[in-house]
Write a protein that binds this ligand. Structure first.
Ligand SMILES: *Cc1c(COP(=O)(O)O)cnc(C)c1O
Length: 344
């Protein structure tokens, strides 16, 4: 496995820090929890898509693109990081935003990531939910090409084998850090959506024979579908890397019990997770991805799936910019019911 063979540009502040979470660990009374801060990748408030964009944008430049196009939910962090990367490289950026939640709230539709998309100079168009968004985007791209634009399209979440290389690189980086620090890790836990993060991590960990179990907590699809998506992308990523077959089906594990009413709809557990991380550790989670993953982690600790004596690494994938689109989910008078940080 030799990542330097693939075109890459530097967009992220790397390596991202690894930190202990002593107050959160004490509050939950289970395993020692550590965090890998991919919310601190630096590009326009950071997040996991920046690692993928290092490889995707290099490919766009190599192909001579003058603009990129991508798609995501209204409060897509991927869209915002893509808009910022395009701005940095002097490329145009057009984004299709899918109305997955039906929210009519002003801040959901105009603040948070949407505000940042526009500040970075991207143009956006809203699309109804339910269609094949990558197919819709290819149609829009074909129209632009007819008028002379050289468009590089990036699938939702930047999740293809090129983007997943960013998380192969993250696996390498994380292993280097924990090996250097003498920090043996029993489990890695993170949010999984469009699958590129988990597929890249699984590929990198398998290629290095790390034998660290990886758990993706789903935010949208049911478990069987999510695992199938991750495994297919991991297989394609391993193929691209020159280590075909490195990832086995058993390496891909997702828990999709914490989606709640649907993608982008906060759950009581996710609001509690936001409160716990914010009040115990001064760390911001987002209600769509990282807090649903944290809610899963917290519930599994309470259920005895992770126990005292173990060390769990929570990969923070970012997303806090979306909080400003979700102010209505919080009781702004102070604490909202569900916060247990007080009891800690
Ligand atoms: C996109 C995203 C994820 C999920 O990563 P995938 O590679 O799409 O599975 C997790 N957390 C945040 C904050 C994201 O924006």
């Amino acid at each position: 496995m030799h990542l330097a063979r693939f075109p890459r540009i530097s967009l992220a502040h790397l390596p991202t820090p690894i930190e202990p979470l002593p107050r959160l660990s004490a509050a939950l009374g289970g395993p020692e929890i550590w965090i890998k801060r991919d919310d601190c990748t630096g590009l326009s408030t950071g997040g996991n898509k920046t690692r993928k964009l290092e490889f995707l944008m290099a490919e766009a430049l190599a192909e001579g693109a003058d603009m990129v196009m991508t798609q995501g939910a209204t409060q897509s962090n991927h869209a915002r990081q893509t808009a910022a990367a395009a701005a940095r490289l002097g490329l145009g950026c057009h984004i299709l935003l899918e109305d997955r939640t039906g929210s009519k709230a002003h801040n959901y539709n105009h603040n948070g990531n949407v505000l940042l998309d526009h500040l970075h100079g991207a143009t956006t168009e809203m699309c109804p939910s339910g269609g094949d968004m990558n197919a819709v985007m290819e149609k829009v791209a074909a129209e632009r090409r007819k008028t002379g634009a050289s468009v590089y399209t990036i699938p939702g979440g930047g999740s293809n084998p090129t983007g997943a290389l960013g998380y192969v690189n993250a696996a390498l980086e994380m292993l280097g850090q924990v090996n250097e620090a003498g920090l043996a890790i029993d489990h890695i836990v993170h949010a999984t959506g469009s699958a590129g993060t988990q597929a890249g991590l699984a590929t990198g960990l398998a290629a290095m024979n790390a034998n660290i179990p990886l758990l993706g907590i789903g935010v949208r699809a049911p478990q069987a579908k999510q695992e199938e998506n991750v495994f297919a992308l991991a297989a394609a990523t391993a193929e691209k890397l020159g280590c075909p077959g490195a990832v086995t089906r058993g390496d891909v594990v997702a828990n999709c019990d914490y989606v709640g009413d649907g993608y982008g709809i906060p759950t009581p557990g996710c609001l509690e997770a936001i409160a716990l991380f914010a009040e115990c550790e001064g760390i911001l989670l987002d209600p769509v991805y990282s807090a649903k993953a944290a809610a899963g982690l917290i519930d599994m600790i309470r259920g005895g799936d992770f126990t005292a004596g173990q060390r769990v690494m929570f990969l923070h994938t970012g997303g806090a910019a979306a909080l400003f689109g979700y102010d209505g989910a919080f009781d702004m008078t102070g604490k909202w019911t569900g916060s247990t940080a007080e009891a800690a």
